[in-house]
Design a protein around this ligand. Structure first.
Ligand SMILES: Nc1ncnc2c1ncn2[C@@H]1O[C@H](COP(=O)(O)OP(=O)(O)OP(=O)(O)O)[C@@H](O)[C@H]1O
Ligand SMILES: [Mg+2]
Length: 603
């Protein structure tokens, strides 16, 4: 659980300088909010002074000469406070939503630039909560908490100064309550922070349970473990209920302590200031107002301080995400020349032809120690179709991940058209690539929208042709709304085989120079596979293609078959040559042939 460790490591103030660069454009707005807060609160603060003046001058009708002026100033002050309050609240809300939007946008864009290995190391839930809840807490801190602490701080500080100026003795007496109150409030606050943290932790576990329950619903059913899952879930929700009620009890106690504290301060004023009432009713009422009004600000200030301290963890986590550099990045020079993924300078891109070369490449995954490839060299000239076969975990996907620059070699180079892949921007290379994955992914939306991701300006004719080419026309025709059918989240309304066909069509639509098929047809039936196989033979014309396949019958036509074992190419050549060699490929092929023959007899 990375969250827990990080919360323990965090220190109170260290996050502010880190987050400032991301929200510096709002400094001006924050300043205006602080100034209106100071102003509004100062006027709020002097209202009891008016009260004192009114009691001492107008009560008993001593003199009413200044009454019209008094009313005018009083009303004006009320108006100014109201306007100040409005501007303050408006700016706080604007700041909150703007900061949230900016931080989320930055986090979202940054996530697009991170490499595959970041997603291997961080769970979706963890990333989701960085983007949603951390940003929202930070937004809240620099808006409402800042506004509130200025407003309430000014009020408290001012009330103390005014009381000290008017009656120092009585002021000091009233203030004796403060240390006790601050101590009590801090205790409550510390306990509340702890309870809230527990509630959050339980909540994230419940969300996780929910997620697993939904995504793993089928597995749960097939394993018949509904009862076990329900028991776990019930235990967590029970725990949640208990902790939430516990926290609510503390909050209630907190609120009533504030009431008690105000009464205590009032009692002191009544007790020691009673005599004052006879000689100076105005001052007496002034003290009554301040003594009573002082407790809310104390509570707010403690609240804001604790908010400030706890939000440091959120700042730390979010800035760490924003500062995470991708394992695969374009250099400054490359970005200047060719643009980045969000601002490409396409006019500087030359056409990519499609020659690929591995030059003495060694590679291990950033989170793995073992070398997956060692001193691997291979030339794949433009236009050739290469098949990669081998056992599970042999390193087939790793090879194509390196061609696509999803990972970079630990040593050695991958050359595209004779130039190091790092000499081009990632987007440039990726836009010349078509990649159909072992686990196809579609976006929510219609089939047509999904296909258009391949080529946004594609015509209806082109879409049809691409679908035909990969034998996906039937899939579309079968659906009631055809291309306008919604595919559901991640394409969940389609079967895996159908998803593969659609993502195949999507890749073809883009007309890529380099086509990578990683088990692209592993989930379609044999008849469809045969159809696709024919299509592949046409599709590979005029491009370089890399095809990973378990079913060896699909690779017989490849220009060159690479047989991978433990990260090394142990055999390479055409199907016939390899069979004649009677080596590992021959063994794999005959084993699979026998298995399939047995299966068809049994089936
Ligand atoms: N992201 C990763 N981090 C660390 N190690 C990895 C990662 N991906 C793969 N590996 C390791 O690298 C080796 C080669 O994996 P690779 O995915 O290239 O195999 P493959 O030949 O494509 O297998 P399959 O046929 O099952 O798809 C395996 O031992 C695997 O455990
Ligand atoms: Mg693989």
């Amino acid at each position: 659980m990375p969250d827990k460790q990080e919360e323990k490591k965090s220190l109170p103030f260290f996050g502010i300088p880190k987050i400032m660069p991301y929200i510096k454009q709002y400094k001006g707005m924050m300043l205006i909010m602080v100034v209106t807060g100071l102003f509004g609160s100062a006027i709020d603060l002097i209202l009891p002074l008016y009260q004192r003046y009114a009691i001492n001058h107008f009560v008993g009708g001593r003199t009413l000469d200044t009454l019209p002026w008094f009313i005018a100033i009083y009303v004006a002050s009320l108006l100014i406070t109201a306007v100040g309050n409005y501007i303050n609240g408006y700016l706080a809300l604007k700041l909150e939503v703007s900061i949230n939007r900016d931080l989320r946008g930055m986090a979202f864009n940054h996530l697009q630039t991170l490499s595959f290995s970041y997603y291997n190391q961080n769970s979706v839930g963890y990333i989701h909560s960085r983007v949603m809840s951390d940003t929202s807490r930070i937004g809240g801190l620099f808006s409402w908490s800042l506004a509130e602490s200025v407003w309430q701080g000014t009020y408290l500080f001012g009330a103390i100064i005014v009381m000290l100026a008017v009656r120092p003795g009585l002021a000091l007496l009233v203030m004796t309550v403060l240390p006790l109150i601050i101590f009590l409030f801090s205790l409550f606050q510390a306990k509340l922070i702890k309870l809230n943290r527990q509630v959050r932790e339980i909540n994230s576990r419940i969300t996780g349970n929910f997620n697993e329950g939904i995504t793993g619903a089928r597995t749960i059913k097939t394993l018949a473990v509904e009862e076990l899952i329900e028991k776990d879930f019930k235990a967590e929700t029970k725990n949640m209920r208990r902790t939430t009620v516990h926290a609510a009890r503390y909050r209630g106690l907190f609120a009533s302590t504030i009431g008690l504290a105000s009464s205590l301060a009032l009692a002191i004023v009544l007790w020691k200031g009673g005599i004052l009432a006879a000689e100076d009713v105005g001052t007496f009422s002034l003290f009554m107002s301040y003594a009573q009004g002082m407790m809310e600000p104390v509570r707010w200030i403690i609240d804001c301080i604790s908010d400030f301290i706890t939000t440091q963890v959120n700042i730390e986590r979010l800035t760490r995400l924003l500062e995470t550099r991708s394992d695969v990045t374009d250099s400054e020079e490359i970005i200047r020349l060719y643009g980045d993924s969000f601002d490409p300078i396409r006019e500087n891109w030359e056409d990519i032809k499609g020659d690929i070369e591995f030059e003495d490449v060694s590679f291990h995954y950033p989170d793995g120690e073992e070398m997956v490839l060692e001193h691997f060299s291979l030339k794949i000239p433009f236009g050739s179709s290469i098949a990669i076969v081998g056992e599970t975990g042999a390193g087939k996907s790793t090879l194509v991940n390196l061609v696509c620059r999803f990972f970079e070699p630990t040593e050695g180079r991958v050359l595209i058209d004779g130039r190091d892949a790092r000499e081009r921007s990632q987007l440039w290379l990726h836009s010349a690539l078509g990649y159909v994955l072992q686990t196809p992914h579609l976006f929510s939306g219609t089939l047509r929208e999904n296909l258009l991701y391949g080529k946004p300006e594609a015509t209806e004719e082109e879409i049809k042709k691409a679908l035909e080419l990969v034998s996906a026309t039937e899939v579309v025709e079968k659906l009631e709304k055809g291309l306008d059918t919604d595919v559901g989240e991640g394409g969940s309304l389609l079967s895996t085989g159908e998803k593969q066909l659609i993502s195949f069509a999507r890749a073809i639509l883009a007309d890529p120079k380099i086509l990578v098929l990683d088990e692209a047809t592993s989930s379609v039936d044999t008849i469809t596979e045969q159809k696709i196989q024919k299509a592949i033979d046409t599709i590979v014309q005029g491009r370089t293609s890399l095809m990973i396949a378990h079913r060896l019958s699909t690779v017989v036509n490849a220009d060159c078959i690479l047989v991978v074992k433990e990260g090394k190419i142990i055999e390479q050549g055409r199907h016939k040559e390899l069979l004649e060699k009677k080596g590992y490929y021959h063994e794999l092929f005959t084993r699979q042939y026998e298995d399939e023959a047995t299966a068809s007899v049994l089936g």
